[in-house]
Design a protein around this ligand. Sequence first.
Ligand SMILES: *Cc1c(COP(=O)(O)O)cnc(C)c1O
Length: 480
Amino acid sequence: MAETIVEVQEFVDVTDSTNSLASTTASTPPLEEQPFLLHRSLNERPHTVVSASGSYLTLDNGRKILDACGGAAVAILGHGNTEVATAVSNQMSKVSYVHTLSYGTNSSEELAKCILDTPGFDHGLVKAFFVGSGSEANDAAMKMARQYWFEKGETQRTRFVARRQAYHGNTFGAMSVSGMVGRKVPYQGVLMPNVALVSAADAFHHRRADEDETQFVERLVAETEAELVLLGPDTVISFIGETVSGAALGSMPAPKGYWPAIRKLCDKYGILLHLDEVMCGTGRLGTYFAFEQEGDIRPDIVTLGKGLGGGYAPIAGMLINDRIVQGLRQGTSAFNHGHTYQAHPVTCAASLAVQRIVKREGLIERVAKLGPTLGDMVRTAFAGAKYVGDIRGRGFFWSVEFVKDKSTKQPFASSLHFGGLVTRAAFDKGVAVYPGAGTVDGLVGDHVTLAPAYNATVKEMQLAVTTLRIAYDAIVESLD
Ligand SMILES: *Cc1c(COP(=O)(O)O)cnc(C)c1O
């Protein structure tokens, strides 16, 4: 199986100080000064945010930061929305918790309806399952897909096919189907072995000069089919992919025709198609689902996260189509999976409030309308920039990829942490963007991502983009 093996010495420390925004303390502080909370690094403390409103965060030192990435493309409504706060508080005082084994609540049922009941748009998804994180949603989807085949008596289906340079989460299941090799290094030999990884749908790094987009898609699909045939297509449970790649590749859409071709391939062998829209879904690209922009394709399973709760609650979801439901019905009629906090009434109430505001205020339409404007701002700001290899994205999801040499697309050495330096410089100038390292192959490559709130003003977006360019120039100047 095509799993890349990397030496442990090459482990990319994703919590490296230069790649985060935290204030570094060089030496280990005395025990009495150390935080009790296990932060991402033992050596540094993140900035403390004391309040947050709209697109701005206020730090404990009084500084205001323009949040141009909503954490990791999470805060779709911005911060401090009082309508959501009221909905949460109301739900808390009505029903704060019941166990789903015996009870249901209106907020979870209404949230499912709000997402799935879309008159005039037949996506085929009929049921929702809510959990606390994108990783859990993807694990649930993997178990659901396996159970589907189990109920049908096709117990020989034990494998997942996913893609390199993909991120599906940090739990053992979700990480097993992820392709970020740097993050996986400490768990080699422990992660699930029954995963085959095929090439990412990454035209910037992998389309050959002698190929057009169609030929590139044909090559990707042929490679995937060859892998399926090698594995034995009737041993494969599902194909898993981010409709538009998120953190690993930096808001990279697949080439035109890729997803319909993958759907066709899955149909040919009866394999389930699981689209991970934890980052690119819930309106981030200007349509509720990212797959709506990929032609007439219907996934069997879709996972949502980040924007589902908009940061107001830890919530993610798995959506399944009728085929999966019918599969369960043929067998036990029960999903053999569950969590204490699944479909939690308060997190569902928070999410429902967020989704209703987004609908009422036409914010997804706003993202669709202003997305190209944001893209133009980034392109204009970085026109002619020596170390910018690619600018890509859709909707309110744009990334700038840095390269050492534009003509060869050669990345900077990972030890330079170019993306991290730019991110930090932007932060020092008052703008938070989301850094990505290992863009090329999980080890080298740098990008930064902008993912503003759906209600961010054009002025705020322009300020973020202009500041990002100033930050980039400052880093370039310090290197030359
Ligand atoms: C963030 C992310 C996940 C993991 O979600 P968590 O809530 O961090 O567990 C999974 N898939 C994609 C595409 C993501 O961007």
